[in-house]
Design a protein around this ligand. Structure first.
Ligand code: PGA
Length: 265
């Protein structure tokens, strides 16, 4: 049976003022209080609301992640935020290589690798994103693209350092479009990613133990089918993470899956 952690992460992107972030995180914390069998829940607000959300979620089952970071500790890098600064705020997770960063902000497989190494060095839990564009999918390049992305992300990183790694498979064409990837197909790509990771390391099966999330137009209606797939361990949720009435049922779907697994069904 799948023993991997279940994780539901909300990527707020460039949304929410501090006041709105307070409202949303407080609503989630109070709705989740006292609940059992919860997945790991990670909220990723913009940098300006990290401190607020860390404060609102302290002593709750909710953890906080950043949406990006620089790989250097400090220095003359105007506009950047370092891993040291994230740790200083109480942040635990960091999204690395989101397709919007790759598409609009010059993120490359090389910078993803540098950031992953920095996250590991500072004990931040990395959520490494990868996925193909529509063009790549239509040209049957999906498997080659995700394999190349994950191999590049993991270059020169020792297996012993990957215990906390989380991977998010996010087909670019499914992000923010309402066009969700078919759950079985998402599962197939997740298993390709697992096999690629396994082939990169001999002796230890990181491919088998790494949690893989699906992301791209996840909503309360489609999430259960995704979470029912054997190689999908959770969700990276954008738009639907901005409203408690949509994000809470997604968390609940993971909770129900955990209960089903515990009862052996
Ligand atoms: P979406 O975004 O759920 O709005 O499609 C997902 C993501 O970008 O992580």
């Amino acid at each position: 049976m799948n023993q991997r952690k279940r994780i539901i992460a909300g990527n707020w992107k460039m949304n929410k003022t501090r006041e709105e972030a307070t409202e949303l995180s407080s609503a989630l914390v109070s709705a989740l209080s006292g609940q059992e069998d919860l997945p790991e829940i990670v909220l990723c607000p913009p940098f300006t609301s990290l401190q607020t959300v860390v404060e609102k979620t302290s002593l709750s089952p909710v953890a906080v992640g950043a949406q990006n970071m620089d790989w250097r500790d400090s220095g003359a890098f105007t506009g950047e935020i370092s891993p040291v600064m994230l740790l200083d705020l109480g942040v635990k997770y960091v999204i690395i290589g989101h397709s919007e960063r790759r598409q609009f902000f010059g993120e490359t497989n090389t910078t993803v690798n540098q950031k992953l190494k920095a996250a590991i060095k500072h004990s931040l839990v990395p959520i490494v994103c990868l996925g193909e564009t529509l063009d790549e999918r239509e040209n049957n390049l999906t498997d080659a693209v995700v394999s190349r992305q994950i191999a590049a992300a993991l270059a020169d990183i020792d297996a012993t350092l990957l215990a906390e790694l989380i991977i998010a498979y996010e087909p670019v064409w499914a992000i923010g479009t309402g066009k969700v990837c078919d759950a079985k197909e998402a599962n197939r790509v997740a298993s390709v990613i697992r096999k690629t990771v396994s082939n990169l390391y001999t002796g230890v099966d990181i491919g088998l133990s790494v949690p893989i999330l699906y992301g791209g137009s996840v909503n309360p209606k489609n999430v259960d089918e995704q979470l029912a797939q054997p190689d999908i361990d959770g969700s990276l949720v954008g738009g639907a993470s901005l409203k408690p009435e949509e994000f809470l049922p997604i968390i609940q779907a993971a909770q129900n899956r955990a209960r089903l697994a515990a009862s052996g069904t």
